[in-house]
Design a protein around this ligand. Structure first.
Ligand code: AMP
Ligand code: MG
Length: 419
């Protein structure tokens, strides 16, 4: 299984339904969900190295958790149930402790000292808290009633051996590593990280730290997109800034396709004179202009370059970020071998008013303060400060026209997008 590469994607995998003018966001997402499949190879890793990796197999418990019945408290064990009233039981010599079981059998009507996590000795199914007991001269006294099984954990009450505990496509969390350890799994088959190449395009772009003349701006998208891809669990390849020059961009795409599974470009994705990403994808016969009913987000250029899917993102940083979160993120997750994941948002009252055209989805930069969702003061798609101000996106449904303060709006924290 290791190093076996899945088949390549088809050249037309991004084709949108013909004749539709502005595709609704949800339709575009269904399309991505249906057409994309993992492109990464599989390898085996120790769970210590598996955080954030994507399972390439269902994983079954090798052992039950807990593996045997044990005590949930420090106290005294015996066979239940115990009726109402005062009870005195003889206390056996010895004890059962975590990792140091009591080897003997506890006869009916006798008790044994037992500590938290200790396997229940034979003859014990019930434990009483030490705080509820007087122990003296080889006897314990306590008051009932006590249910049979009290303060005891049953074998397999959490997980039974053989049960699937985590499924294919799971992105492993710290808690998952605890679960795998508990059920005796030390190595797992995972996907190799998706390799994502990032290219900025535009004659106006200058590297931060370099002198910038009139008409020039610093490349803001590339550091953002590289960082986002890394947060998504990808290995990134920084292809730098490429001028609005067809040959230079062709060479960059060639090199990116050789090194990466996915290519993210920003800028040059529309149909203008200097929109070389869309022009080159068109030349390659694998260009799909994605006109999605979404704001922000001018046309996206989706296509294939020498077997690598290309997400031609808009140049405007706000649109580039929103389009990456909404479209490229779930697409890259599928390509990476993870399951489809709708980002979890929640409805909270708006702290703002907004009017919009029905028939298109809008994403605002938002954050929660005092239980209400605030929107950034400007919707300008060049306002990078608002991206940094925001702690998530406000998703305004396609059909909405007028949001008033107090109306419920869907807030999706950046953490729900994996940032
Ligand atoms: P484009 O999509 O190439 O037409 O670019 C749209 C707008 O985004 C223009 O104002 C560009 O200057 C700006 N832009 C493009 N790429 C970047 C970038 N990497 N960083 C910051 N702004 C950019
Ligand atoms: Mg440009």
């Amino acid at each position: 299984m290791t190093d076996l590469n899945p088949p390549p994607l088809r050249n037309d995998c991004f084709a949108l339904p013909a004749g539709v003018n502005w595709t609704p966001v949800d339709e575009a997402l269904v399309l991505l969900r249906d057409r994309l499949a993992p492109v990464t190879a599989v390898e085996e890793v120790a769970i210590g190295n598996a955080l954030g990796r994507i399972l390439a197999q269902d994983v079954a418990a090798l052992r039950s958790n807990p593996p045997q019945a044990n005590s949930a408290v420090d106290g005294y064990g015996f066979a239940g149930a115990i009726s109402e009233g005062t009870h005195v039981l003889p206390l056996l010599q010895g004890r059962a402790a975590a990792g140091v079981p009591y080897a003997g059998v506890v006869p009916s009507g006798a008790a044994i000292r037992i500590l938290t996590g200790a396997a229940l000795p034979n003859g014990v199914d019930t434990v009483i808290l030490e705080e509820d007991v007087n122990a003296q001269d080889g006897q314990i006294a306590f008051n009932g009633p006590l249910k049979q099984g009290a303060n005891a954990r049953k074998a397999g009450e959490d997980v039974v051996a053989g049960k699937i505990v985590l499924t294919l496509g799971r992105v492993l969390t710290p808690a998952d590593l605890a679960l795998l350890s508990a059920v005796g799994v030390s190595r797992v088959q995972v996907r190799k990280p998706l390799r994502v190449a990032v290219i900025s395009t535009g004659d106006e772009l200058v590297e931060p730290g370099q002198p910038a003349g009139v008409g020039q701006i610093f490349d803001a998208n590339r550091p953002m997109l590289l960082a986002m891809a890394r947060r998504f669990g990808a290995v990134t390849i920084d292809m730098g800034r490429i001028a609005d020059d067809r040959a230079a961009l062709r060479a960059a795409l060639d090199s990116a396709a050789e090194q990466a599974d996915v290519i993210l470009t920003s800028g040059g994705a529309s149909a203008g004179d200097e929109d070389h990403v869309s022009a080159l994808l068109t030349e390659a016969g694998a260009m799909q202009e994605w006109r999605i009913a979404v704001k922000p987000g001018r046309p996206l250029a989706l296509g294939m370059w020498q077997g690598a899917p290309v997400f031609g993102l808009p140049g405007n940083p706000v649109a580039a970020m929103v389009c990456t979160l909404v479209f490229a993120r779930p697409a890259m997750a599928l390509l990476a071998g993870a399951g489809w994941d709708d980002p979890q948002g929640f409805l909270l009252p708006a702290a703002f008013e907004k009017r919009k055209k029905p028939g298109r989805r809008e994403y605002l930069r938002g954050r929660i303060r005092e239980g209400r969702v605030e929107a950034f003061k400007s919707e300008g798609s060049g306002r990078i400060s608002g991206l940094s101000w925001a702690e998530g996106l406000i998703e305004i449904q396609d059909g909405a026209r007028h949001i008033q303060p107090g109306d419920p709006v869907r807030f999706i924290p950046f953490s729900s997008f994996g940032l």
